[in-house]
Design a binder for this molecule. Structure first.
Ligand SMILES: N[C@@H](CCC(=O)N[C@@H](CS)C(=O)NCC(=O)O)C(=O)O
Length: 196
């Protein structure tokens, strides 16, 4: 299914968030559910020269990379009525125009018993995007996050709030990529904070 098909004339739409959207959706929605999508892994492989970085020092934010056996946990938001157009208009600027993300349709599986999967819109930055940064070592990613900030705040905040979401809302889910970067950033900034 194409994004335009899931959107066309819909009075209800699910939008899946897996990065800043999990802790800062900033659009009105009817309800939200925690859950996951299959076939994608979350990686800090996308550059950000607006929200959490600038042209000289782009930050690192998450995107989704296709991988058959992977799954990514986040939050799906249901928008209805006028919220559909309002949320898409807002996210087009925040995610597509300023963030370089494209929309795709995925199957979202809510956590908990007797929950049916739903089709959801998701924003993904692909490798052909000009500010896509791609893979790097945990240490390289942490060093970049530790020093970058943009119009929405520090790149460290972006990382720590996502890690906090996973610990609080998905306590049984491990995310070695996310938590190893968090550990490396905290190791980098701890001496600085304690020296002051
Ligand atoms: N599309 C992902 C990532 C979204 C994301 O982090 N996008 C950046 C754009 S580069 C953003 O909105 N940042 C706002 C912020 O950092 O406060 C999601 O569903 O959460």
């Amino acid at each position: 299914m194409k994004p335009q098909d899931i959107i066309a004339g819909k009075s209800s739409l699910w939008i899946f968030g897996y990065g800043s959207l999990v802790w800062k959706p900033d659009f009105k929605y009817k309800r939200s559910k925690i859950g996951y999508i299959k076939g994608y892994k979350r990686r800090f492989w996308h550059g950000d020269n607006f929200h959490r970085g600038d042209d000289e020092m782009p930050g690192r934010v998450v995107t989704l990379i296709e991988e058959d056996d992977a799954c990514t946990w986040g939050v799906a938001f249901e928008v209805t009525g006028s919220q559909v157009e309002e949320s898409l208009k807002y996210l087009n600027v925040r995610e597509a125009v300023r963030g370089g993300y494209l929309t795709q349709v995925v199957e979202f599986v809510p956590q908990g018993a007797n929950q049916s999967p739903v089709q959801a819109l998701v924003y993904i930055a692909t490798p052909d995007n000009p500010i896509y940064l791609g893979p790097a070592s945990t240490e390289e990613i942490a060093a970049q996050i530790a020093v970058c900030k943009g119009k929405s705040g520090h790149n460290i905040e972006y990382l720590l709030r996502l890690a906090e979401f996973m610990r609080v809302s998905c306590p049984d889910v491990d995310d070695p990529h996310l938590f190893s970067i968090e550990k490396a950033v905290l190791a980098t900034i701890r001496p600085i904070l304690l020296a002051g």
